[in-house]
Design a protein around this ligand. Sequence first.
Ligand SMILES: NC(=O)c1ccc[n+]([C@@H]2O[C@H](COP(=O)([O-])OP(=O)(O)OC[C@H]3O[C@@H](n4cnc5c(N)ncnc54)[C@H](O)[C@@H]3O)[C@@H](O)[C@H]2O)c1
Length: 257
Amino acid sequence: MGRVSGKKAFITGGAQGLGAEFGRLLADEGAMVFLTDVNAEGAASVAAEINRKHKGAAFSAAHDVTKADQWERALAEAARAMGGISVLVNNAGVGSFGNIETETYENWRRVQEIDVDSIFIGTKAAMPYLKDNQPASIINISSVSGLIADANMLAYNAAKAAVWMMSKSIALHCAKAGYDIRSNSVHPVFTRTPIVEPLIELGGGGEAGEAKLSRQIPLRRLGEPQDIAYAVLYLASDESRFVTAAEFKIDGGITAK
Ligand SMILES: NC(=O)c1ccc[n+]([C@@H]2O[C@H](COP(=O)([O-])OP(=O)(O)OC[C@H]3O[C@@H](n4cnc5c(N)ncnc54)[C@H](O)[C@@H]3O)[C@@H](O)[C@H]2O)c1
């Protein structure tokens, strides 16, 4: 038996980076996984890779998380494919640079729409499925940027802080309603996925750029996708059945400073 045998996980942003790694690890531990992404080809290729190892464990679909009708369609398809949905991983997201003087309202709105509004729309649409498949778990991928600020990450800071608090409000609602549906947030520091490439470039690129980022982290290295995936695995499993409204900082110590 794997740690998440019998779990049915819907994972957004599953074409690459963290979402793909969550899919691989959850499937390794016995779950069925449904990977969605605007990059449908990427999600399909990760699902095919997982299915080569665990036949029939992975599915995928094209899905823009900012679109309510696409959520409805993808959730219905996932529930059909897996026989329900008991884990929702809201992972799709974009990074952004800009300070209060340089940020545009247009970009601010785009970041809130992809990183925040999508979680409201999607979690609301997923509630009936999660209620039908208790015990269930909602896992929202925030960031250390939701907890500590940077002068040049105005829109991203605000978005990831909203994800943090939204996770708690959902958790309290579910507890009050008597649902066995937990909701928690995960806060990674710089982790080796395509999203950190612009940050490495800003620091001079290559090894020098990476070293500049690593110096800010007490453990002196970037996170690896698997470091974050193990937190998601725990939160998806019943090992965390008494854990709700919590924030998991997988950050090499950076938020202690
Ligand atoms: N890697 C890090 O350093 C880091 C640190 C903290 C938080 N995070 C968060 O982790 C999550 C995953 O990031 P990642 O590092 O894997 O980045 P990534 O850029 O490698 O992957 C993000 C995925 O989301 C998808 N996506 C973007 N917009 C979408 C939309 N509208 N609908 C559906 N899919 C969409 C992309 O196509 C991509 O496959 C994000 O929410 C990010 O903010 C990442």
